[in-house]
Design a protein around this ligand. Sequence first.
Ligand code: SAM
Length: 241
Amino acid sequence: MKIDILTLFPRMFDNILDESMLKIAQKKKKVTIKTHNLRDWTSDTHKTADDRPYGGGSGMVMKIEPICKALSTLLGKKRIREFAGKASTPKGISVILLTPSGKRFTQKTARKLSKLKHMILICGHYEGIDERVRLFVTEELSIGDYIMTGGEIPAMVIVDSVTRLIPGVLGDKRSLSRESFDDNLLEYPQYTRPKDFDGLKVPEVLLSGNHKAIDEWRKSESLKKTREIRGDLFRRTTKVK
Ligand SMILES: C[S@@+](CC[C@H](N)C(=O)[O-])C[C@H]1O[C@@H](n2cnc3c(N)ncnc32)[C@H](O)[C@@H]1O
């Protein structure tokens, strides 16, 4: 997969892209991730990428021109016109605007995006982005009901959770097989050595070697944990069944 990130703060991504799973995924050539400075597509000497809002109000708004020029460079001029006003995603390509007013990003969305060939993420900053940019994107995503300073951290959230789902990125396939949010359930509790830490013992069943009993225990703990912590998910699970 190819991932392009359009941002005014590309350096924010340096460390995260050069550590852990994201570093390995790039090294294994499962994903190519590039950050692009939107100021490279500005046309004045000051490299202005934002301006005052029409109608007044506080803060600055990111301009449409650098974003559309960047999309033209990445996708070709004709291509970005095809996206205008369309709700559906053209095959294999998604242009995603990070915005608190977007659709909530979930594990299901991450799975869908992990099948793309090309994903472009547009990070807003300041008071947000000129509304007309919405006409050039295929999706608008929010990472939750709170306001971040910019779209950079939300973009990192998406890049990380999508990349780990690309086949071949995680060595052990089982790591993905039973994780929180699959089937609307939270993951069962996990333990490692020592068996006894200051009287805090690992549940006996996990030491028993009885795989059937372990599976049953995990399933029931997963349901219990979901009911206790995420009643909304639990109700969805029990409704589906
Ligand atoms: C300070 S926010 C702008 C908030 C905007 N004035 C509003 O009230 O909706 C600046 C940028 O951060 C990003 N952002 C902030 N919160 C986000 C969230 N929960 N999910 C995705 N992106 C977010 C968006 O790209 C947004 O354009």
